[in-house]
Design a protein. Structure first.
Length: 259
């Protein structure tokens, strides 16, 4: 039986990308998140730092902030200079891996490679933060088909029993790294979160659809986060730039706690 109060309502994922500049800065930022997350009964926090910082930030396992990697290789081992495997990440103490981020897709990750990465993550015992999202919006709802196709590529290849290890991060590519005003509206976020759950239901059954954890990412700011969470119908947020500023990211944790 699940212990009362252990289920967090929201998941906030910080994607630091190739930031901050030094391990010292990363430690300071993570410590600031840790102080806030420790007091939060309702919000789970995952930080995805650059790979060399993972071990240091993992700590002793009692931490309130969990650590994830920003990517993994789709192979298990070998002569692949610069690549990092799922097991290397897991045995360094990370618990999550972002897979399919649009910046990795732009660098060559196809759906087929993404499926392999997801399978490697499961074999290693990592939870997957699977990013999907259309490049642009159109009036003929092609963007829905694009998201559906990215999702189905993975859902068709993973066992249903694994689905609880996947968090789906919906990140419209056109809204990533843009002005904070160009983030998706809570209403559109809500529409997409329902759509994603329907696709999961189609692939794996109604219960899986209802249970699917969906995050929104793309120019989330401390000013927009509350409405996104309260009205967007999502289970959390994937935050890029605003997760490089302790005050802003901790402000987002506060908003999540207040809902
Ligand atoms: C991202 O790259 O995943 C992201 C959400 O970035 P930002 O919040 O800066 O748009």
């Amino acid at each position: 039986m699940k212990k009362k109060g252990t289920k967090k309502r929201f998941l906030l994922v910080a994607n630091w990308k190739m930031n901050p500049d030094s391990l010292e800065d990363a430690k300071v930022l993570a410590a600031a998140f840790e102080r806030k997350a420790k007091k939060s009964a309702r919000t789970a926090v995952v930080v995805c730092p650059p790979a060399p910082f993972i071990t240091t930030l993992v700590g002793n396992g009692k931490k309130s902030v969990r650590i994830g990697s920003q990517d993994i290789d789709h192979r298990t081992e070998g002569s692949f200079t610069g690549s990092v495997s799922a097991r290397q990440v897991r045995t360094s103490g990370a618990e999550y891996a972002i897979i399919g981020h649009s910046e990795r897709r732009a660098a060559g990750d196809t759906d087929a490679i993404i499926v392999e990465k997801v399978l490697r993550a499961f074999e290693a015992g990592l939870k997957v933060i699977l990013c999907v999202g259309e490049d642009k919006r159109d009036h003929n709802a092609q963007y829905l088909l694009a998201v559906r196709s990215q999702l189905m590529a993975v859902l068709a290849k993973v066992e249903k029993s694994r689905l609880k290890q996947i968090v789906i991060a919906y990140e419209p590519v056109w809204a990533i790294g843009k002005s904070f005003a160009s983030a998706l509206s809570p209403r559109d976020i809500h529409e997409m979160s329902i759509f994603i759950k329907k696709v999961v239901a189609e692939a794996a059954g109604k219960d899986a659809g209802l249970r699917a954890q969906v995050l929104y990412g793309g120019s989330v700011s401390v000013d927009s986060a509350r409405d996104m969470l309260a009205e967007g119908g999502v289970d959390g947020l994937l935050v890029g730039r605003q997760s490089l500023d302790a005050e802003n990211f901790n402000g987002i944790i506060d908003h999540a706690d207040s809902i």
